[in-house]
Ligand binder design. Structure first.
Ligand SMILES: [Zn+2]
Length: 368
């Protein structure tokens, strides 16, 4: 048992430390036996996790969650499930199990590594995500269309897995989730690594137009930043690179990256991003207009031919916002190989905005 937990810690750190797989504390891992499941507790990052960072859960209790019925009001329902999850903790109860715990419990394989890799999301956030996934992976993987995270997603994945099992006589080792990421499961960590390698290899065969350099260059944004930090009272920082340059040429180019691709994007960058073509003295006025229209001030502003500005409370959180938005830009670029990027819809965005669980993550991310 201890050995398995050590392996779990090792594989978590391996993927957690690789920015191609895990950005800003996203993703989670688990190990299970017949009775218990150890899952990453919220607020821990895979990169630095120890055995203490996992919540030990009673699997029989988790199985019961799957059978009960809950409120039809999404917010009430998610609160009920949160309570239920808490009651299934077999170890220290001050840990909050990941909201994706039930998904991990569904799979019979001992190890599960769930990540949001850039390359995978280029396919998952593309117009032809389903078609291209089937072409590339066939029966090797299960594709699950986007639905609201939490209980609804759990129920949909449960149904899709049972259909897959009926058709192929085994559970899927690879489960792709549209506009979200991938679940890889196996009985050993070596097999997990093999699956991930297979995924990267297959996707890379399709990338004919590699990413432009993301190396940061001088960003000629000081006049805009001065206006913004003075007026808004937040920390603002400018960024410019070859990759960024392609998306700020005009509002048309920016429209490919002006909305979130995944729930994770919303957690850190909010759902919509502003574009500014005006002189510096007008940027704060436009900032206020954006806030009025969307109900939140922008965290990302693209400035025509100059670069992007990230805004947040502190230097540290500004850098996290940049890291997540950079991933969004990479996804937008790479998704062109699969029919072009497909952002989340307004309805999908509203659900996330209202979701308490995500607010909690936001709070923890800031504290950490
Ligand atoms: Zn996830």
């Amino acid at each position: 048992m201890n050995n398995a937990l050590e392996e779990l810690v090792r594989i978590s750190k391996y993927y957690g430390n690789n920015p191609e797989y895990v950005i800003a504390g996203g993703g989670n891992t688990s190990f299970k036996n017949n009775n218990h499941l150890w899952i990453k507790a919220s607020g821990n990052s895979l990169a630095t996790i120890t055995e203490e960072g996992f919540a030990k859960m009673d699997r029989h209790c988790l199985n019961r969650i799957a059978e009960k019925s809950y409120s039809s009001d999404p917010l009430k329902r998610e609160a009920e499930i949160k309570e239920e999850l808490h009651l299934c903790i077999a170890g220290s109860t001050d840990k909050r199990p990941s909201v994706e715990t039930s998904l991990h419990n569904l799979l019979e394989s001992a190890f599960v590594v769930h990540t949001h890799p850039t390359l995978v999301n280029a396919l998952m956030c593309a117009v032809n995500s389903r078609k291209e996934t089937n072409l590339l992976f066939g029966n090797e993987a299960l594709f699950v269309e986007y639905t609201d995270p939490g209980y609804v997603l759990f129920k949909l994945v449960e149904q899709r897995i049972s259909e897959y099992k009926k058709a192929f006589g085994k559970e899927p080792a690879i489960i792709f989730l549209e506009n979200h990421g991938v679940f890889v499961s196996a009985h050993t960590c070596e097999e997990i690594n093999r699956h991930y390698e297979n995924i990267s290899e297959k996707l890379n065969t399709r990338i004919s137009s590699p990413l432009p350099s993301t190396e940061l260059q001088y960003a000629d944004l000081e006049d805009y930043i001065e206006e913004l930090s003075y007026a808004s009272g937040t920390t603002a920082k400018g960024f410019y690179s070859r990759l960024i340059s392609y998306f700020v040429t005009d509002i048309q180019a920016f429209s490919r990256v002006n909305k979130a691709f995944t729930p994770d994007n919303i957690v850190y960058c909010k759902a919509r991003y502003m574009f500014c073509e005006s002189e510096p003295n007008l940027i704060y006025k436009e900032y206020l207009e954006f806030e009025k229209e969307h109900g939140f001030p922008p965290r990302i502003i693209g400035v025509k031919n100059r670069g992007i500005i990230c805004l947040e409370e502190s230097e540290k959180s500004v850098n996290t916002v940049y890291e997540v938005y950079l991933d969004l830009l990479k996804i937008a670029w790479l998704a062109e190989h699969f029919g072009g990027g497909k952002t989340m819809t307004d309805e999908q965005i509203t659900f996330i905005d209202n979701w308490e669980v995500e607010n909690y993550r936001r709070k923890i991310a800031k504290k950490g």
